[in-house]
Design a protein around this ligand. Structure first.
Ligand code: GAP
Length: 543
């Protein structure tokens, strides 16, 4: 059963060291997250797999690592100072702050012709607050999403030291176009790839790591001859979709969506989104845009840009002329990708039927929870209906619905109901013994590749051999760990839950014939394998 709610993933991430709320010792900082020991491995593997695919395995790409702080003029001429903003309106009745352009499109069924038309509609009371229905909305104002800071030891009070935390990594690649072209002696088509942090003062961050104010992008700027841009765009749409599928993402949860005209960024001629079916619905994973020659022209010296020192253009030897290349930009989020791989890999199932009396007791408690929800006053009607429906269907389907109950036990809203404590007290114990949670992560993405256990931890010869195997696998470049803190069944379950594809158990036979048990996470099959073949076998499977 896949993750039914994001809460299930959030809970697993906290419990098993993937992602923690940031600054938690001071009560946290809304919508900011820290990647823990397993999360950093997973996210690094996602970034490594991307780099390998778009830089190392291609002949037409170069890498770059540009500074986060850039000359402010970059953001002036890229158009971000003027246009990287959302028009916001405040509802005087309920204090909601919706995006005014979204309200206009939803209620008028067409794009507004700029802020002036939005404000005319607000003044004429033609738009209503999407939350409470009031027509008492303030004039819409642009809210720039770039974080500002200043360079230098003295705050001069004016804007002379003003710099921005970059809102996209892309501009670092545009302003380095000439440097890469010259130093690497490239001919079109070629691209630049970059992974790095980006910052946006998002008005509505949320859905765990899906939308945050600090995040990481994996971006490509692919430069082509004008006229060859549309074919290159199609090529990158296919390539990028294939990358997710090759790393095991389910095809029925990945789709390609053409952006509508009103959604296009100020620089884009066309943009296609790759969307993933997250527990909260279809949402953007990556945008693949045709940015035309907008950015290179914008940063070239011209009457519109007297500040640039030169022109970002290309001399075509075949055509014997200069021109400004067009750009195709596949822009992916490392955090969103990581979250999508986590959601996609998650599975829980019932492996053993619990005793009938335990099931009956649990059913009674879940029914009592459903009744408490029904009686609860002041709860949001949607939440109430969702929790009640979930509890009633779980109670009717137990013990088969035990994995779904895990999701409900992790639900933040459900936790506000007193009886949930009792449900958890009984449910967690039964779930621990009778369900199995597995992350079916692609072996190249899994935080750990292999875990090594001795059959008995108080048997020094087994411990010594198991520790030695782990060291050898580490030296062979595999991410290996040793564990002896529980019975073998429990150790397997722990590794399944964090997505470790293989486990090795060292037993008494190992001492005699130098073979071990190799257990596969997905099939749970165990095979006897000669010790000296394990390293090369696992390395081959990772390729
Ligand atoms: N250079 C183009 C660009 O930045 P974008 O669609 O704004 O385009 C590209 O961002 C990708 O960056 C998104 O598809 C998403 O994966 C990621 N991203 C954007 N904003 C984000 C946020 N607030 N939190 C997490 N990821 C974000």
């Amino acid at each position: 059963m896949p993750a039914s709610s994001l809460e299930t993933i959030v809970s697993l991430c906290k419990r098993r060291g993937f992602v923690f709320p940031s600054s938690s010792v001071y009560g946290g900082l809304g919508s900011t997250w820290d990647y823990g020991p397993l999360g950093v491995e997973l996210k690094n593997n996602v970034k490594r797999a991307w780099w390998r695919s778009v830089v190392h395995e291609r002949d037409d790409m170069e890498g770059l690592d540009a500074a986060i702080l850039m000359n402010r003029l970059v953001w002036k001429y890229s158009g971000h100072e003027a246009t990287f903003s959302d028009p916001m309106t405040d509802c005087r009745a309920c204090k909601a702050r919706p995006r005014a352009d979204h309200v206009f499109v939803a209620q008028k069924g067409r794009d507004p012709k700029g802020l002036v038309e939005i404000n005319a509609a607000i003044a004429a009371k033609e738009l209503t607050c999407p939350k409470c229905g009031s027509k008492d909305l303030t004039e819409a104002r642009p809210f720039n999403l770039m974080f500002r800071t200043s360079v230098g030891p003295v705050d001069t009070g004016d804007e002379s030291g003003l710099v921005y935390l970059r809102p996209e990594t892309a501009q670092g690649m545009f302003v380095n176009f000439g440097n890469v072209l010259d130093t690497m002696r490239r001919k079109l088509p070629f691209g630049i790839a970059q992974v790095g942090k980006a910052f946006r003062n998002e008005i509505t961050p949320g859905n765990f790591t899906f939308r945050t104010r600090e995040f990481e992008q994996m971006e490509i700027e692919y430069f082509v001859r004008p006229g060859e841009d549309e074919a290159a765009h199609e090529m990158w749409i296919a390539e990028r979709k294939k990358w997710y599928l090759d790393l095991g993402m389910r095809a029925d949860r990945l789709r390609v969506r053409e952006q509508e005209k009103h959604e296009l960024a100020h620089y884009a001629k066309r943009c296609v989104d790759l969307e993933y079916l997250f527990p909260m619905g279809w949402s953007e994973l990556e945008g693949i845009a045709n940015r035309t020659d907008f950015d290179l022209k914008a940063h070239s010296r011209s009457p519109e840009n007297p500040d640039a020192v030169g022109e970002l253009r290309y001399f075509d030897q075949e055509q014997k002329k200069h021109y400004v290349p067009y750009v195709i930009e596949p822009s992916a989020g490392a955090d969103r990708g990581t979250l999508a791989f986590l959601c996609d890999a998650y599975e829980d199932s019932l492996v053993k039927e619990p005793p009938a009396e335990d099931t009956a007791k649990l059913r009674e408690l879940v029914e009592s929870f459903a009744r408490s929800v029904a009686r609860r006053e002041g709860m949001d009607a949607d939440v109430k209906q969702r929790l009640q429906a979930a509890a009633e269907s779980i109670a009717a389907g137990l013990p088969g619905t035990l994995p779904t109950l895990i999701g409900l036990m992790d639900d933040a809203e459900a936790s506000k109901i007193e009886v949930m404590k009792k449900v958890r007290g009984v449910g967690e114990k039964i779930a621990e013994e009778h369900t199995r949670t597995v992350l079916h992560l692609h072996p190249r993405l899994a935080p750990l590749t292999v875990a090594v256990f001795p059959l008995k931890r108080n048997e020094p010869r087994l411990v010594e051999l198991a520790r030695g195997i782990k060291r050898d696998l580490q030296r062979a470049g595999l991410r290996a760990v040793y564990d002896d803190t529980g019975a073998i069944g429990k150790l397997y379950r722990r590794q399944d839950e964090i997505g470790t594809p293989w486990c090795i158990t060292v037993d008494f036979q190992s001492l005699e014939d130098k073979t071990v048990t190799l257990r596969d996470r997905d099939s749970m099959q165990q095979e006897r394998a000669p010790l000296d073949e394990i390293g090369p076998t696992l390395q081959a499977r990772l390729r």
